[in-house]
Design a binder for this molecule. Sequence first.
Ligand SMILES: [Zn+2]
Ligand SMILES: [Zn+2]
Length: 171
Amino acid sequence: MAREEVVQAASAYLAEVGELRQALEQLRDRAGELADGWDRRDDSLRYAGHPVGWAAEQLASPLADLSTAAARLRAVIDVLGDPTRCGVPWPVCRHCPGVGLSSSGGDAWCPRCGRGWPQVEVEPCPWPIAATVTDQHGGQVRWCASHAASATERLIGASVRFDDEVGEGSA
Ligand SMILES: [Zn+2]
Ligand SMILES: [Zn+2]
């Protein structure tokens, strides 16, 4: 997909996720109010009402998931909407050329230098574009220095030209 198409789709999804979040928030608040105001003077009634309290608590989890989705969509829009940023979907360390980041639980870190980031800040790749990668069929993409450093390993037959290597006259 072209970057602009991805940004467009992400913006549309962000709006839908926002609406879903609002609806779910209202639902959670209603369930919470119902549980809080539950008549506990009678034991049978109190017992029957416990699951309403659990439901209210558990609605926090999908709300957190939707917040994560919104944060990822915003990152996609920010990065892919900016033509000076790399945008490759898998994250790499900015300081260790070509080294992919490990991630878990929303955190990403470099297995070589140990630097860490929130995953959403490095996916898609936010580093500045610094090279042109040409694949074996002549297709060209613009990547950051770190992604470009591993391009020849990732793309068979690819060639890489770093922007700062471009001699005078060829620009
Ligand atoms: Zn590193
Ligand atoms: Zn990159």
